[in-house]
Design a protein around this ligand. Structure first.
Ligand code: ADP
Ligand code: NA
Length: 328
């Protein structure tokens, strides 16, 4: 309907991988046909919640833009922008932070895990980034937020903050709803109990959209399976081969049942080759389009600038009203 507005973000913290594609980007592309007002943000402020290299971050922002465009994100149908180019995100985040209790943030797994597992003290930014996420969403009075299962708790916080704000200042924000990804979580090829992730220390576990055919073949060949050679789907007892089946189904658009049926008689070693080949085929055109776009840095910058200008046009009147409500 006319009031529906979609917001989603991706961190420019490294190359985008199959998990990002099937868990997020593919849905973003589909939603362009279903909604009229969409904001897709490269959330560079969020990328500062873990240690970063300025030159790599700058490159990553443009690479992420190139990848999203090559995958079918169309700036005619959505606003694609770099979060830090709309400073209202940070300002609004401060206001929301002052409306959020510390204990509410202490229970977030990202804080607990990253704070405990890395060789540095967790920053204030890492602690409060769910509040920045709430600001990202609410700044545009977004009604729909495509997310993976791992983000449900975060969206719940956004809803709580919106309720709190509305209670204080009158019904202002609509309650944002999750659009949950239907694809099962893509797991690391090297540790199929963990999700495929940009920050996986096992580089061979993560297949990037930009990987060469040779890299894709190698990564699948080294995928962890088990001592049974048949192809079956049972994530609890056979997480490795089941992850291959999940990827195969996602790449071909077939159901889990259909790909398992197709693969009767293959042993897991051959099956790895089949899935690798399907991934190579699917992403070959995307990969060459990414390369083409990466060569035109100024075009990418222009796309992001135009997106930021349009995002600002939406944010400015909302933020003006927020300033008035809180008493500025
Ligand atoms: P990463 O976890 O690799 O750093 P992000 O946190 O930037 O990736 O996630 C961007 C989007 O991709 C989110 O919507 C997230 O739910 C989705 N996503 C990330 N990893 C996976 C995965 N392994 N399987 C499915 N979706 C994923
Ligand atoms: Na992450």
């Amino acid at each position: 309907t006319g009031r529906d507005r979609v917001f989603s973000g991706v961190q420019p913290t490294g190359k985008l991988h199959l998990g990002n594609y099937f868990g997020a980007i593919q849905n973003w592309v589909r939603l362009q046909e279903e909604y009229n007002s969409l904001l897709y943000s490269i959330v560079d402020l969020h990328a500062l919640t873990v240690p970063w290299e300025p030159a790599l971050l700058r490159q990553s922002i443009l690479d992420t833009a190139a990848t999203l465009l090559a995958c079918g994100i169309n700036p005619e149908k959505c606003f694609l922008f770099q979060q830090s180019q709309v400073p209202e995100h940070t300002e609004f985040s401060w206001i929301l932070g002052c409306l959020t209790n510390m204990p509410r943030l202490q229970c977030f797994p990202q804080w607990k895990v990253k704070n405990a597992s890395q060789n540095y003290e967790g920053s204030v930014g890492l602690f409060t980034y769910p509040v920045l996420q709430a600001a990202d969403i609410l700044l545009y009075k977004s009604t729909h937020v495509p997310i993976g299962e791992d983000q449900v708790q975060h969206l719940e916080l956004t809803r709580d903050i919106a309720r709190c704000f509305n209670k204080k200042y009158g019904a202002f924000f609509p309650m944002p709803n999750a659009i949950l990804s239907s694809t099962k979580k893509v797991k690391s090829l090297r540790d199929p109990t963990a999700k495929m992730s940009k920050s996986d220390p096992q580089k061979l576990g993560t297949v990037n959209i930009t990987d060469s055919p040779e890299e894709i073949v190698t990564k699948f060949r080294k995928a962890v399976t088990d001592f049974t050679s048949e192809v079956t789907y049972d994530p609890d007892t056979r997480p490795g081969v089941s992850n291959l089946v999940t990827i195969h189904a996602a790449v071909t658009g077939l159901s889990i049942k259909e790909v398992v049926h197709q693969s009767v008689g293959l042993d897991t070693a051959n099956y790895k080759g089949v899935v690798a080949e399907a991934v190579i085929q699917k992403f070959a055109p995307v990969r060459s389009e990414i390369k083409r776009l990466q060569e035109d840095r100024s075009h990418l910058e222009k796309v992001l600038q135009a997106g930021a200008e349009k995002a600002k046009e939406l944010a400015a009147p909302v933020y003006q009203e927020i300033r008035r409500l809180v008493g500025f």
